[in-house]
Ligand binder design. Structure first.
Ligand SMILES: [Zn+2]
Length: 150
């Protein structure tokens, strides 16, 4: 059987880690500064903390997939797929009135962290979700550009 060259976070161990945390009553969210916050942290076992650390990138991407802005874009793009004749691919644009310029997402118009032509992380995740494409664990970080980490 052929395997995808891109590992999909939806197939990763991160999905089970997040589901288990939710089942056990933990609240997990991604902060604007990209930190994963888990409450109550004091109830995390060392084994669980190790598993979370090992799959941190995939967990972040999964949490980003739940971002309301991503889900809104996904729904618009999924409707575009349904409205497109078989054999054709829609442009996967969140808005149709956005200029194609460096420094702005050409799909939604949001500012990009780098001066380049492209999609923001929300639009990039949304079209992959809409088209059911694999979502690499480092996609969001790659799109955001180099984050400065201590
Ligand atoms: Zn965008």
């Amino acid at each position: 059987m052929a395997t995808s060259l891109i590992p999909d976070v939806l197939d990763s161990a991160a999905v089970a880690i997040l589901c288990d945390l939710e089942r056990d009553g933990f609240r997990v969210q991604l902060e604007p500064d990209d930190a994963i916050v888990i409450v109550p942290r004091s109830k995390l076992t060392p084994e669980r903390m190790t598993a979370i650390a090992e799959h941190k990138g995939a967990i972040k991407v999964l949490l980003r997939c739940l971002d309301p802005g991503v889900l809104e874009r996904r729904d618009v793009m999924r409707a575009q797929i349904e409205a497109t004749p078989a054999g054709y691919v829609p442009a996967f644009l969140f808005r149709s009135d956005v200029p194609y310029v460096a420094g702005r997402c050409f799909s939604c118009g949001d500012g990009l962290q780098q001066f380049r032509v492209g999609r923001c992380w929300r639009c990039a995740l949304a079209w992959r979700l809409a088209a059911r494409m694999p979502i690499p664990a480092d996609l969001a970080d790659a799109l955001d550009g180099a984050r400065v980490s201590a």
